[in-house]
Design a protein around this ligand. Structure first.
Ligand code: URA
Length: 452
């Protein structure tokens, strides 16, 4: 086989055999195929796409390129969730303790943030002492003992994806459906869970800007997961404004704690409502996936859990305080200061907190969500390159949401910054990210579709 011929084949919209896909992935990972040929092939894929069979083989080849996490030491059906990336997305800190408090084991590997999207691992480091790099044995023991552990991605999980993603990043080939689907799913398959719930973000802060493309991505990933024998659900959720009110590492942990402290779930701020709705939907599907895993057994014993039943259990996990206690237990088990969970005012705080005032009157009708993520980045809360050091305390606390009527002088948000000099730029960019209209536009549905 020659890489030249395979590039030519993809250029002419041909379909690769399994052996050809393996040749490309293995050859590139081992350094036998140079970057320039791989880049050329990726661009052919970008324009001509891949068939379902090719996408599945690409996923499997990348998952096989390194270690697969062995979760066989954990009792019960293991459940994982993954978000395709957004702004203000802190659902993991709500969903994982809910599930663990209901006895469902969560053994999760997460990544760091890059660009306008935040990373779960960075956010957890806002908790004093929290260790994201515990050993595999500790990870497994913690899941067996308290049902929840969360670690940073190890070096050798799907190394082919790591190498290919780095090349896609610099060759404008990231936003290709088969490449995104296979990249995400290769890591999910290698991470070993039995049930995978995918939060596929859709809108101005997401890879997929519209529902049709978000649906297509969800379909591709769900087919890969189910095809590999993992029960997989894709939940398509709105990312046309940040999720919740707070954006920034410590601020997002703070907001997740606020949600887990709720004693009743009605009449909450609209931002919190959106966050709660996405979290409860994800948690309910994760719980259903675990409890109904063996559908034949469950239906024989009339044990099938409906969405409504699952949702009620997840809601009670919050209102009873059990999910909050589970979060504290999890933090303590990984060396973190559990007191920060009960008293989140102890989380890192920025030196300056300044209001952003509205300069116009009308309805908030549109948000360039990724631009809000960029504001967090210029404050120091995000990474421009993989090597950037981030400031865990900074960020944005948004007080108004799409559909709200605002007047000149209203407080729109608070900027949390350690650097007075970036305040003005951050305020201006934040206001510029929103459009104001005379007519009210109803906000988008929060949970748009379920793919399974
Ligand atoms: N996240 C990933 O892990 N891979 C992609 O290709 C896009 C988002």
């Amino acid at each position: 086989m020659r890489m030249y011929d395979l590039i030519m084949k993809k250029k002419n919209n041909g379909e690769h055999s399994k052996d050809e896909i393996r040749y490309i992935v293995d050859g590139f990972t081992k350094g036998q195929i140079p970057d320039y040929q791989m880049a050329s092939w990726l661009m052919c894929v970008y324009f001509n796409g891949m068939t379902k069979a090719e996408t599945i083989e690409l996923t499997n080849a990348m998952a096989d390129s390194g270690d697969r996490l062995d979760l066989s030491g954990i009792n019960g059906i293991k459940v994982d969730k993954h978000s395709t990336g957004g702004v203000g997305d802190k659902t993991t800190f709500i969903v994982a303790p809910i599930l663990a408090s209901l006895g469902v084991p969560i053994a999760k590997m997460s990544g760091r943030g890059l660009g306008h999207t935040g990373g779960t691992i960075d956010k957890l480091e806002a908790i004093k002492g929290f260790n994201v790099a515990i050993s595999e044995d500790e990870f497994i023991n913690n899941v067996n003992n308290i049902k929840l552990s969360l670690v940073g991605q190890t070096g050798n999980l799907a190394p082919a994806d790591k190498k290919i993603y780095a090349l896609r990043d610099v060759t404008a080939t990231v936003d290709s459906l088969p490449l995104i689907a296979s990249s995400i799913m290769s890591k999910k398959l290698a991470a070993g869970a039995d049930v995978i719930v995918l939060d596929v973000k859709c809108g101005s802060g997401a890879f997929m800007k519209d529902e049709v493309s978000a649906n297509a991505l969800a379909r591709a990933m769900v087919d890969i997961g189910n095809g590999a024998g993992r029960k997989t659900y894709g939940i398509i959720t709105d990312m046309n404004e940040p999720l919740g009110c707070k954006v920034g590492n410590a601020l997002e942990i703070y907001e997740a704690i606020e949600v887990l402290k709720l004693k009743k779930l009605e009449d909450v701020d609209y931002g919190i409502y959106r966050l709660l709705e996405v979290s409860l939907t994800l948690a309910s599907y994760m719980l259903m996936g675990a409890k109904n895993y063996d559908e034949k057994e469950a239906s024989k014993n009339s044990d099938m859990l409906s969405y409504e039943q699952a949702r009620k259990l997840c809601e009670e996990a919050i209102t009873s305080g059990r999910a909050l206690d589970k979060l504290a237990e999890f933090v303590k088990a990984q060396g973190g200061d559990a007191q920060m969970i009960y008293n989140p005012d102890k989380l890192p705080k920025a030196r300056y907190i300044e209001p952003v005032y509205m300069e116009e009157e009308g309805y908030l009708s549109e948000c360039k969500t990724s631009e809000v993520g960029m504001v967090s980045l210029i404050l120091g809360g995000g990474r421009e390159t993989k090597e950037s050091k981030i400031n865990l305390a900074v960020g944005i606390d948004i007080k108004k949401h799409l559909g709200d009527y605002v007047k000149k002088g209203d407080v729109f948000a608070y900027i949390h910054s350690d650097d007075k000099d970036v305040m003005d730029e951050a305020k201006a960019r934040l206001l510029n990210a929103y459009k104001i209209s005379d007519n009210k536009k109803e906000p988008e549905k929060i949970v748009k579709d379920i793919v399974y």
